[in-house]
Ligand binder design. Structure first.
Ligand code: ARG
Length: 613
């Protein structure tokens, strides 16, 4: 079965590939080994369910291990070492293993056969999906991430949602799911009323404020982005000290939502100006949305939804407000009712989120909706999810998933700020990182490179994204520019440096007139090579659970291990200087595979590697 594939599905350019698939080489290595052990357990008349295999936690002793004999001892009233001994006997001639040992008190220590391992990697290299299986039942998933608020500048709080969400989206797609990314703009709340109010003070003569006006409104916005960015904080500041001003803004928000023409027209201007700006910023982050929908798009769904909730008896009026009870018996803390409408009839954050669920069900009928939002909003999502389920607004098996992330802190352990103590704007943060990277790159080099700036941007992005994604999302973390931009340690630049090192070996090989497509990976010649091979073989076992758990940090820790394994091999091996041509070819193939796995992983994390740095 031969089908040449020109380009990777995930943006990484790939050489022409032959798709050679074979069951045993597509399986995860641990699964395959486990199946072999199951047979051995059965052959000894032990229950195969005892044959669980994991990666070894004592890499000094073995590569994979099975502790099933210990568990089986009770059932069979035998010493675990006896059981392990029986199983091991059956596996002595097995081609999958280099060695199989029973060790006191009853461990089964496994080492993978080198030929088998090399075969496994050759198949992986020949497969455009690098032995990662495509989902058998692809799901339709909407992922709600980014969540910027229109007219407010992007700040670092929005950085995490964008970075984590983008990575989860890419992982899902790589596994074959249909994933739809929606930015879900905050474009319908009080900030809109605040801007309208402030504008009405500054430029009361604008036609948008004339209620008797019936003509067309100007095409040109009466402000620029930078004005807009100044207007919002001013208005927000005023509303905090001036009650009357705040009430005006609330009233303007309500009138906007109720459809006042002039306000809608102003709103459109605000949207256009800020969305253009947002798109530029997200592009710099390599974050890309399929849908640019927002809270305002849910508005049209609200009246019917409210009617439904009332008619079906889910919602009731409490002190003037419309609410749905969502507490459950098993709750250990109080979950307050989900408020659908305020007593003045205004909609709330709950309302738009619920109506958005209705809309998404109509548009895509997703199997799952994932929300990547600050974990401090967890209660809000508990209420919304429960309400949606209780009122049958989603199917029984529609998954609603909240991926709550922690705060990005400064070195002082407090939320990240500028040096002057202000809110750090995203643009400025990116600028500072790139500057730092640029300095390092230029310092690192003897020759001047006109690409240094572009390279600094690529490496800078890896520093930001890897620095974030390498932490478990739900935890707070410290954004440490010095550490994140370092070429050493568990950092984005270290990973890129490793990839660039491989690229440069491969291109020198090609410059010498050789082809990268020839030869095959042979048996490892030393332990650092075998270790690298074992790391590579683990790839498919990492990606699937990483997506299941929505855990990009698993990919980070995998590529850190892989990069370390590669670098130890590299330091011990003279690759291009090797005289045995077959050996050299084998290493070139191994490097090619390492590069592909690393590049695929960073693509899933949302950044890429330069040619040199
Ligand atoms: N705009 C919101 C904020 O800045 C985040 C939106 C998250 N998504 C959602 N469906 N509520 O807090």
């Amino acid at each position: 079965l031969i089908s040449p594939i020109g380009r990777g599905v995930f943006g990484v350019a790939q050489p022409q590939k032959l798709q050679i698939r074979s069951e045993k080489f597509m399986k995860k290595l641990a699964v395959y080994i486990e199946e072999v052990l199951k047979e051995a357990f059965k052959a000894c008349e032990y229950d195969e369910n005892f044959a669980k295999v994991t990666v070894s936690n004592r890499p000094d002793l073995c590569e994979y291990q099975c502790n099933g004999a210990m568990a089986a001892a009770k059932t069979y009233r035998k010493a675990p070492i006896m059981i392990a001994g029986n199983v091991v006997e059956k596996l002595q001639e097995n081609p999958v293993f280099e060695s199989v040992e029973a060790v006191n008190p009853g461990f089964i220590n496994l080492k993978v056969n080198k030929t088998f391992l090399a075969d496994y990697l050759n198949r992986m290299l020949a497969d455009s999906r690098l032995s990662v299986e495509e989902a058998k039942n692809p799901k339709t998933i909407v992922i709600d991430y980014g969540g910027p608020n229109v007219a407010k500048p992007l700040h670092v709080g929005h950085l995490r949602s964008a970075i984590i969400g983008e990575s989860i989206k890419r992982m899902g797609r790589f596994l074959g799911h249909k994933v739809i990314g929606d930015v879900h703009l905050g474009d319908w709340g009080l900030q809109m009323g605040l801007i309208i109010t402030e504008l009405s003070k500054r430029k009361p003569e604008l036609v948008y404020f004339d209620e008797s006006y019936e003509g067309e409104y100007p095409k040109e916005a009466p402000f620029t982005v930078s004005e807009l960015e100044e207007i919002y904080p001013t208005a927000s500041g005023k509303s905090k000290t001036d009650e009357a001003y705040k009430n005006e803004a609330l009233e303007a928000t309500l009138q906007l939502q109720q459809g006042r023409r002039g306000y809608r027209a102003l709103w459109k201007h605000i949207m256009e100006v800020s969305v253009n700006d947002l798109k530029k910023n997200y592009a710099k982050l390599k974050v890309d949305f399929d849908l640019w929908m927002g809270e305002s798009d849910a508005d049209a769904y609200i009246p019917d939804m409210v009617k439904y909730l009332k008619d079906e008896g889910y919602a009731y009026v409490d002190q003037g407000a419309l609410v749905v009870d969502v507490k459950e018996e098993s709750d250990t803390k109080e979950i307050p009712p989900c408020m659908i409408l305020k007593s003045d009839g205004a909609s709330l954050y709950n309302t738009t989120d619920l109506a958005t669920i209705v809309q998404r069900m109509e548009d895509f009928h997703p199997d799952e909706i994932i929300y990547v939002v600050d974990k401090r909003q967890e209660l809000h999502f508990i209420q919304v999810f429960r309400c949606a389920k209780k009122a049958n607004m989603v199917d029984e098996n529609t998954k609603l998933t909240f991926v709550g992330f922690g705060t990005m802190n400064g070195k002082d352990g407090k939320p990240f700020k500028t040096r002057e103590g202000g809110v750090m704007r995203l643009e400025r943060l990116i600028g500072e990182i790139n500057e730092e990277m640029f300095k390092k790159i230029v310092d690192n080099r003897s020759v001047k490179d006109e690409n240094a700036e572009k390279t600094a941007q690529m490496v800078g992005l890896s520093a930001i994204k890897y620095g974030d994604l390498s932490n478990q999302a739900s935890k707070d973390y410290i954004f440490d520019i010095d550490r994140f931009t370092s070429f050493e340690g568990n950092t984005g630049p270290y990973i890129l440096y490793t990839i660039v090192r491989i690229k440069s070996i491969l291109s020198r090989y090609v410059e010498d007139g050789n082809s990268l497509e020839e030869g095959a990976i042979h048996e490892a010649v030393n332990s650092s090579e075998k270790n690298l091979m074992l790391e590579l073989a683990r790839f498919n076992a990492v990606i699937e659970p990483a997506f299941e758990e929505k855990a990009p940090h698993r990919i980070c820790s995998y590529i850190y291990d892989l990069a370390n394994a590669f670098n130890s091999f590299y330091h011990e091996t003279r690759i291009l200087g090797e005289e045995d041509e077959e050996k050299k070819k084998s290493w070139i193939r191994l490097l090619t595979l390492t590069k592909e796995v690393l590049e695929t992983c960073i693509d899933l994390l949302g950044f890429d590697a330069p040619e040199r740095m």
